[in-house]
Ligand binder design. Structure first.
Ligand code: R1P
Ligand code: URA
Length: 317
């Protein structure tokens, strides 16, 4: 059974473990990589010093936290699953157990809207828009001007993180068997300055068609592309990460100097091409995840944060 939780406003157990992610102070580093799945998390942890984490915790809600060091600097990978609500649990609960500045990079898969970013390409977005289903619209009770999807204004990723992520990807690019990438001897490729859209569904709000639901999304991709002509990728988390960084950095705890700032970055691996319908192979996925895992660790430790001299007490001490 779950441990007794104290405090209904922000539940934690007697040891200070949060309710869903299940970690306490000293178990999560100031530099965090967040991913969708466990296999990717474990592949990234192969880049840690010693080839493995020093600490791991799987919560009853299936958040997996792996903490170790990379070139001596503490770093954590958290596998959270998919979508906005899990991002919210992850960011708020990790913020609650880490003192000082937080650098968070999402290493996720994405769909691409054009041949510019073919399957097997890795992209580094500089900003992200949100595409949200407008639930009221589907009740049929709204006015005639209501739209089935809300498209937000773009929110930026952290510029320094963006730049470091792209240079680390270039510096660590693996040599691979071209046969695995359709004979493309240049593959795999990294692209920077990409515009991303994070949707609240893999299906309806990414414009996937279905006869099983009334989604009213036949023209959604065209509409998005006319509003954001350089939009390249779809995934499901980056926009909310960027939003939560703004919310954290404008909070009382940061403006009063009690808590550090939060900076977000993202690396997105193209698994699906929506223009050609191509989908990535498991062999390609493994190559990309090992490469990007190492590159994201490199980028994260190359950025100085306020608490670097101390790192505090933790599973890495
Ligand atoms: C959908 O298949 C999932 O893949 C992408 C999307 O953002 C969504 O979470 O990221 P991950 O591969 O990291 O889960
Ligand atoms: N992740 C997404 O959210 N969409 C895709 O098409 C592929 C991966």
């Amino acid at each position: 059974m779950k441990d007794l939780m104290l405090d209904a406003n922000f539940p934690r157990d007697a040891e200070g473990r949060t309710y869903h992610v299940g970690t306490k102070p000293g178990e999560v580093a100031n530099r965090i990589i967040t991913v969708g799945d466990y296999t990717r998390a474990r592949r990234i942890a192969k880049s840690f010093d010693g080839g493995k984490p020093l600490f791991e915790h799987e919560s009853h809600r299936k958040f997996l936290t792996l903490t170790g060091t990379y070139k001596g600097t503490p770093i954590t990978v958290v596998a959270i699953g998919m979508g906005f609500s899990l991002v919210d649990f992850f960011v708020r609960e990790c913020r609650a157990v880490v003192q000082g500045d937080l650098l968070i990079v999402r290493l996720g898969s994405c769909g691409s809207l054009s041949d510019r970013a073919n399957v097997g390409t890795v992209v580094v977005p500089y900003e992200s828009i949100g595409v949200l289903r407008n639930y009221d619209h589907f009740t049929g009770k709204t006015d005639t001007s209501s739209r089935p999807y809300t498209i937000t204004q773009p929110l930026p990723c952290d510029k320094a993180l963006h730049d470091q992520l792209f240079s680390a990807l270039q510096a660590t690019k693996p040599k691979v068997d071209a046969n695995l990438f359709d004979g493309n001897t240049n593959a795999p490729v990294a692209l920077d300055n990409i515009k991303n859209a994070s949707a609240d569904s893999f299906y309806s709000s990414q414009g996937r068609q279905s006869d099983l639901f009334d989604d009213q999304n036949e023209d959604l991709i065209k509409e998005l592309q006319s509003q954001q002509p350089d939009l390249q990728t779809f995934e499901m988390e980056t926009y909310l990460l960027n939003h939560l960084a703004i919310a954290a950095n404008s909070s009382k705890s940061v403006t009063s100097g009690q808590q550090g700032t939060m900076r977000m970055g993202a690396v997105q691996m193209v698994f699906a091409n929506r223009a050609s319908q191509a989908f990535i192979t498991p062999e390609q996925v493994e190559i990309l995840e090992l490469w990007c895992g190492k590159a994201v660790c490199e980028a994260l430790v190359s950025i100085q944060i306020k608490d670097d001299k101390v790192h505090g007490e933790g599973v890495w001490s």
